[in-house]
Design a protein around this ligand. Structure first.
Ligand SMILES: *Cc1c(COP(=O)(O)O)cnc(C)c1O
Length: 381
């Protein structure tokens, strides 16, 4: 057993490590600029949102009302039918994707899933868990799904119902699949039994603000949309949201008398604190605040791209993306700035907390490394 003093030293060390790691963090898509101290008192309660947030339940230490408001906010943002939408706050984008695919499969048990090479790893795992046959579609160079390959592959399987998994913001390049183009292909091939799930974990929460707009929402043709709450919005606990149609949820709902509610969610007990964080954030920002947040990030991304190009590094980004793609960096830089690397590329994700000052620091590190390298070359040659 630890003494009180040892325990407190241990916690302090841990806190310092986390703080230091946070300050040199450019490679993963999580916002770190939140202040939820007003909500600390809620940590004293065993809040559990078990059951469907839109149904009454016997367990009352919950935040269902707040959760509904979060769902309402995103349903409106994604132009869901006001008379036919439903959703809940999940443990993250992965669970939201699982839910989307789950109701898709319940609707079309004989369907085939189509997803691109750039799709997030959580989707492949979910398809495996649900045991749905699937086909991988090629990606274009920018990370977007190859619509020609999708069309050819669908044509070949047009006798089967189709579940299309589109990504709105791929993991490495933040490419966005155009849902209306997918919808057009389905129409052209007359595949009536189809379902489109949009994985907007990364970019869905700022999707409506893109100029020019890239179609991804319910009006554009999506049947469900997944987002992560701890990415662009920011949360101390990973969280996500799934929005779909209420009529689709009804197909999977079962009444459970033990909880006095409907068992429509993936897990039984559910985090009741995360909805509170997301709700608090959106209450403070509103739609306009969220838009401004995106525009700030975009400006930092443009700055980052420009400064990298100035020192001769070929950096680029997809239209409207806050992710800057660049060639992979030497180990020391990769480790210090926690840069996710895949093949020959890496990226800097200009989430709301990333400042121009941090970009300057990063550029300084990259410049000094190239100088060292030049000196080395000078010695050897
Ligand atoms: C992050 C991410 C996910 C998974 O979300 P988690 O919240 O980490 O579970 C899925 N898809 C994409 C495109 C992502 O960026």
């Amino acid at each position: 057993m630890n003494t009180k003093k040892e325990l407190s030293n241990h916690l302090n060390d841990l806190l310092n490590n986390i703080q230091n790691a946070r300050d040199t963090f450019l490679g993963y898509p999580v916002s770190k600029d939140f202040d939820y101290s007003a909500l600390y008192d809620f940590l004293k309660y065993p809040i559990n949102n078990l059951g469907d947030p839109f149904e009454d339940s016997t367990y009352k230490v919950q935040t269902h009302e707040i959760e509904r408001e979060v769902v309402n906010f995103f349903a409106k943002l994604f132009r869901a039918n006001p008379k036919d939408y439903w959703g809940y706050v999940t443990n993250g984008g992965s669970e939201s994707n699982l839910y989307g695919l789950y109701i898709a499969r319940e609707m079309y048990p004989k369907a085939m899933v189509y997803y691109s090479e750039s799709t997030h790893y959580s989707v492949k795992k979910n398809i495996h868990l649900l045991n749905i046959p699937s086909i991988v579609i090629r990606s274009q160079e920018n990370g977007e799904i190859d619509y020609n390959d999708l069309e050819e592959t669908l044509r070949f399987n047009r006798h089967k119902p189709a579940i299309i998994l589109t990504t709105y913001g791929t993991t490495m390049k933040e490419a966005k699949d155009d849902v209306s183009k997918v919808k057009d292909i389905l129409k052209k091939l007359a595949i009536q039994d189809h379902y489109i799930h949009c994985d907007g974990a990364l970019a869905g929460s700022f999707g409506p603000f893109l100029e020019p707009y890239i179609p991804f929402d319910f009006i554009d043709g999506a049947d469900s949309i997944a987002i992560s709450g701890h990415k662009f919005i920011g949360s101390p606990i990973p969280a996500g949201v799934i929005i779909t149609r209420r009529s689709l949820r009804d197909r999977v709902s079962k009444g459970i008398s033990y909880i006095g509610s409907l068992d429509t969610t993936i897990t039984g007990s559910r985090n009741g604190h995360s909805p509170l964080f997301l709700w608090y954030a959106i209450q403070q920002m509103g739609i306009e605040g969220l838009r401004a947040r995106y525009q700030d990030s975009l400006e930092v991304a443009e700055y980052c791209k420009q400064e990298l190009c100035k020192i001769g590094i070929t950096a680029w980004s997809n239209p409207g993306a806050i992710t800057v793609v660049l060639p992979k960096m030497p180990e020391s830089i990769k480790n210090k700035w926690q840069l996710a690397t895949e093949g020959e590329i890496t990226h800097i994700i200009c989430m709301p907390n990333v400042s121009k000052h941090q970009i300057d620091e990063f550029i300084k590190d990259v410049t000094s490394i190239s100088e060292e390298k030049m000196e080395e070359e000078f010695i050897y040659f």
